[in-house]
Design a protein around this ligand. Sequence first.
Ligand code: AR6
Length: 175
Amino acid sequence: MTQLSPRIFAKVGDITREKVCAVVNAANGSLMGGGGVDGAIHRAGGPAILEACREIRRTRYPDGLPTGEAVATTAGKMAAEYVIHTVGPVYGSCGERCAELLASCYRRCIEEAAAAGCGTIAFPAISTGVYGYPKAEAALIALRSVKALLLRHEMMVTFVFHSPSDLEIFTEATS
Ligand code: AR6
C-alpha cells in the first residue's frame, strides 16, 4: 500500500475484495453489467446488484446512466456495503470534454458515497480499460479530482490497480 496523502492510498489488488464502505464500479450506461471491473463486481456481489440496477433504470434513469454520473446500490455478497456505479467517458468520443467527464465520475462517486454515510471508498482506474483512456492522463485527473473533493468530505480514498505496472504508471504520473 502506498500512501499519497493523509487520506489517499494506492495499491495493487482486486477491488471486489476491498474492505471499505463503498467500491466503485466502472460501468456502462445500461447498468446491466459487462466485462472488466463491472463483470468482476457483479460476479462477486451476486444477483442483488443487477436487481438494484434494474430498479434504478426503471425509476430514475430509463434512458441509461449518463456519462460522468454515479448511483449507489447494495454490494450484495461483497465485504463492502455499497457499489457506486459510474460511467466513464469513452476516450476519443468526447474531445475536450473527456477530462471533465472523468473528473465528474470521481466527484459524483465521492458525493454518492458521502450521501450513503460512507467514510471509505475504493476506486478502480475508471475508463482506462475497454474505454481506452490513457492511464497516465487518467491518473492525474483522478488524483486531482479526489484531492479537491476531500477538502469538503471526510473520506478515506484507495485507488486499486489491477497490476503492479498500472500502479507504477499512476505513481510516476502523479509524483
Ligand atoms: N479490480 C481492480 N481493477 C480492475 C479489476 C478488478 N477486479 N478488473 C479490471 N480492473 P474496465 P472501463 C482494471 O475495462 O475502461 C465494462 O465492460 C482494468 O485493468 O473494467 O471504464 C463495462 O461494462 C482497468 O485498468 O473499465 C463498460 O462497458 C480498469 O480496471 C466498460 O467495460 C478499468 O477497466 C467500461 O470500461
